[in-house]
Design a protein around this ligand. Structure first.
Ligand SMILES: NC(=O)C1=CN([C@@H]2O[C@H](COP(=O)(O)OP(=O)(O)OC[C@H]3O[C@@H](n4cnc5c(N)ncnc54)[C@H](OP(=O)(O)O)[C@@H]3O)[C@@H](O)[C@H]2O)C=CC1
Ligand SMILES: O=CC(=O)O
Length: 323
């Protein structure tokens, strides 16, 4: 006997092959609430929904109250800051996510951003593109070396460690990391040292944040922390925007305390047009593209779909958040 079909609400576009896997077993509504013309369909589908799959939308306790049959939310992301985890636990709703499959790609992006920021790649490529390359560039447009510099990493999980491997093994960079606990990474033995935050900030030439957004990390980088960084240091954020107090980052840039910043994530996304970070001459800003390659987004969609189908079948999903 085939299992009963359930109701699935897809709240962000899924590749066709993954949508087909779900539709073969369950009844599917696709409605992206971030698109104003689809919001009503999203809300109308909530009361029947037993599974939700998507990303980049804040799921609130009020929204959960409108979805009393919900069994699982499968987010197509590793970060879970858009979800009320305590309320989900209270309601017995599983939350699954996509760790691992995006780690190396996100580390590639973060390292590319680090290189681009230190070597002023975007600014200087624009100089050529705009026909302003009319002489050999001088000291005013020189960048900063990357190889051999001391790298500080805030949040030494999957992505932080992948950044550290690139830095320590590829660029000869000593790594100091701030994390809840020391982590044993055999290939980085002696090259990545668990270090108190204040010391990481005081000693690192380049600081990379790969932190999740939690109550403990919200606003972690504020005036004191930026003020404690080495004069001229570089700050890169590839974790979540709200772990940084953006006004404090701007003060640090404008006062010359920081040399430059490279940011893939922002407190508000998409970055508002009037954000001073958008046009700041010493900020390299990306539109949250850590995992945005064809291969990795496909792998994330596949894992998120597998997680959803396993949960709806009463099986233990491959990647349960917190489990
Ligand atoms: N820019 C982008 O496109 C992307 C951004 N991300 C972001 O990167 C984050 C990290 O992903 P990933 O590496 O896979 O996650 P992990 O859970 O593997 O790593 C997070 C690390 O941060 C540590 N940590 C948590 N809270 C604190 C704290 N208060 N102080 C110090 N360390 C802390 C964790 O320690 P412990 O394990 O002990 O809690 C863990 O080691 C995601 O949560 C997401 O927000 C992810 C993918 C792409
Ligand atoms: O920001 C991306 C994620 O997967 O989390």
């Amino acid at each position: 006997m085939s299992a009963a079909r359930k109701s699935v609400l897809v709240f962000r576009e899924l590749p066709d092959d993954q949508l087909a896997r779900i539709a073969a077993l369950h009844d599917v509504v696709v409605a992206n609430p971030r698109k104003p013309q689809q919001k009503a369909a999203f809300e109308a589908a909530l009361p029947a929904a037993q599974g939700l799959i998507g990303s980049s939308y804040k799921i609130t306790p009020e929204l959960l109250a409108a979805a009393p049959k919900l069994e699982v939310i499968s987010t197509i992301s590793v970060g879970v800051d858009n979800y009320p985890t305590a309320e989900l636990r209270k309601r017995g709703i599983l939350l699954t996510h996509t760790p691992g499959v995006l780690t190396e790609t996100t580390a590639d992006t973060i390292f590319a951003l680090l290189m681009a920021t230190c070597r002023r790649i975007v600014e200087l490529a624009n100089l050529v593109r705009e026909g302003r390359w009319d002489r050999n560039i001088g000291e005013d447009l020189f960048g900063w070396d990357v190889h051999g510099k001391t790298l500080g990493i805030l949040g030494f999980g999957r992505i932080g460690q992948a950044v550290a491997r690139r830095a320590a093994l590829g660029f000869g960079m000593p790594v100091l990391y701030h994390n809840t606990r020391p982590v044993d990474v055999p290939e980085l033995a002696g090259r990545a040292i668990h270090t108190p935050l204040s010391e990481v900030l005081a000693r690192a030439d380049i600081v990379v944040a790969t932190l999740p957004l939690t109550e403990a990390t919200r606003g972690l980088m504020g005036p004191q922390e930026f003020g404690a960084m080495k004069p001229g240091a570089i700050f890169i954020n590839g974790g979540r925007g709200a772990t940084v107090q953006e006004p404090a980052l701007l003060v640090a840039l404008d006062s010359g305390r920081l040399g430059a910043a490279g940011l893939d994530v922002f407190a508000v996304e998409p970055l508002p047009l009037d954000s001073p970070l958008r046009l700041h001459p010493r900020v390299t800003a990306l539109p949250h593209i850590g995992s945005a390659t064809h291969e990795t987004r496909q792998a994330m969609a596949r894992l998120a779909t597998t997680n959803l189908l396993q949960a709806l079948a009463g099986e233990r999903p491959e990647a349960v958040y917190g489990g």
